[in-house]
Structure formats: structure tokens, C-alpha cells
Design a protein around this ligand. Sequence first.
Ligand SMILES: [Zn+2]
Length: 360
Amino acid sequence: MPRNNTPLKVFDGHNDVLLALYLPDGKPRSFFEWSDHGHLDLPRAQKGGFVGGFFAVWVSPDPTSRKPDLRKPAGDDEMPSALPPAIDHPYALRMATAMTGTLFRLEEESRGRLKVVRTADELRACIDTGVMAAILHFEGAEMIDPQLNALEVFYRAGLRSLGLAWSRPNAFCEGVPFAFPHSPDTGPGLTAAGKELVRRCNELGIMIDLSHLNENGFWDVARLSKAPLVATHSNAHALTPTPRNLTNRQLDAIRDSDGIVGVNFSVAFSRKDGKREPNTPLEAIARHFDYLCKRMGPEHVAFGSDFDGTTIPNEMGDVTGLLKLVQMLRDRGFGERDLRRMGYENWLRVLKRTWRKSTR
Ligand SMILES: [Zn+2]
């Protein structure tokens, strides 16, 4: 098998680097300097072929409303079967505003090396010219009020992608717990406000992300939304039966809508046993690429790393490990055409359709 030395351009479905920069865990790091901490920064991204992605704004639990269980601290690899508690809208709005501000400051500090993109044309131009493209993405809609005023404001600031739920319940829907093994059918579908949110996202041209949403919510969106269905960072439930992954029926619905699934690099969503074990071979992730491509076709599969938001295989290490993963996919028979589709062309197609209002 010939080795190809130009890294594949990978536009990626999900990263949590904004959280790592906003609330550094341990040693603070600069996005513009090579670091040995975490997964993603600009120099390492350039080495790995990471040309941009969805930069998530995720609201961490409000530390002032925590009730610690002093007798039994939660273990690191416990997989709770209950949903994490809902959070207050005012707190979520404050933190989401601060993290959105962090992304815009990052853009300014980058002096032209990173751009927050709002249209498919801008995204394509960044990929062509080597400017890192960042999509402002909210993971969980807790910062949006049911009247959708915050949605209007954040859309105009640059919000182009919204995950309706993280695991916790909110005014619009419920996510899935991290129980294993478990079906994603864990609760009720969208509320009336949730249905209205889908309608308004369609009108404005905000992509709706189905990763984390429970199955009833998924089918509500599938019925209501006029845009291709997208799960930015989820894998195949048939291989790893966590509720965070997608059943065959869900995968078929995404394919039939001309949508996309971004493959998550989390060991817990890739291993057969769902364990959060960093010592996991990279093949575990490659198997999900194989399965999803066979089930849906490579025009519906993409990368959805979850860099800086999850435990990835030691063999991958960080974003530079994309080189290894892509070579592994080549060795498993993926051709350059399909790799380019999964790398960024599928995203361009889906976002062009979804953002039609802003590309007019
Ligand atoms: Zn996530």
C-alpha cells in the first residue's frame, strides 16, 4: 500500500478545546503553542491535518449549586444510569456568553490563522487557503430561553450549530445517560418549545446536532426538520451499545436525509465493552468507520473526534494521531476519494444545504 505524505484534510465534527482554554484543568495552555497537554492546539492541528471543526460551547455544572455526596465520591469510571441534573438558564447563559467570547478572542489573537465561519463559502475558502475554520456550536440548549431570544442574538453573533441536548434535561428535550449497555430510548421526546426551536433553527439556517439526544427526541427532529440529519460525534450502537451511539434505524434515517455521522474517538463509545480504558487499540475506532461506511455509504460518514472532551486511545495521543488513523483507514482499503469525502467534502455538502439562508 503506497504511503501518502500529505496529511488528509480533516474538518472535524466536535472538539471541547474552548472548555479546556476557559476552565483549564491543571496547567493552562495557549492554543497557539505546541503543548503536551490535552489534544488540540494550532501547531499540533497543522501537523495532524486538522483544518477546522465544530468548536463546542458546553456549560459545566454550576459549582455553587452542587450538593456533594461526602460519603461516597463518584468513581471515575462509573457509568451513571440517571441523567445529570438540569442547570439554571441564567447561569448557562452567562457561561455560554463567556465561552463564545473566548472563541472570538481566539479568532482575534490568531491574526488570521483561525476564522469563525458563518457560510459554506467561508468554510471552503478556509479549507483551500489553510486558515483553521471554526464553527460556533452549542452543546446543549440550556443557554437558550424558551422564547428563543438568545437564539436570535447568538445566531447573529455567529452560532451555526446547536446540539439540542447534552445529557441533562432542558426546556426543549432530554439527552441520554451514560449507562452501559443501554438503548438510546431513555425518555420523552421534544417539548412544545423544543419543536418551536427546531422550526426556528431551520428558518435561520442553524444546524441541529442529534448527538446526545434521546431516541424519541431524535425521531421528533427527523419528522420536523427540513435539513439533513446530523450527529456530529456518535458511533454505531451495533458495535458499542451505549445510548450515545446510533441504532441501525437511526443511521438509516440519517442516510436517507442525506445527512452525516461524525465518528467519535472516545474509547467508551468505540470499545465493545464500553469501558473508559485509554489503553485501547486504534482499530476500535477504525471498526466504526468500516461499519458506518458499509451501512450508510462513505458520503454520510465524517470525523467527530471529541478532542479535549473525552478519553481517546493512547495510540492516538492527540490531534497528531489523525495521521495514524487515516493511514490505518488506507490500509483497511479506504481510497483517497472516500477519505476526502469523509475528511471535509461531506460536511461542505451538508452545511451548504443546512445553512442555505446564510449562503444565499
Ligand atoms: Zn459531547
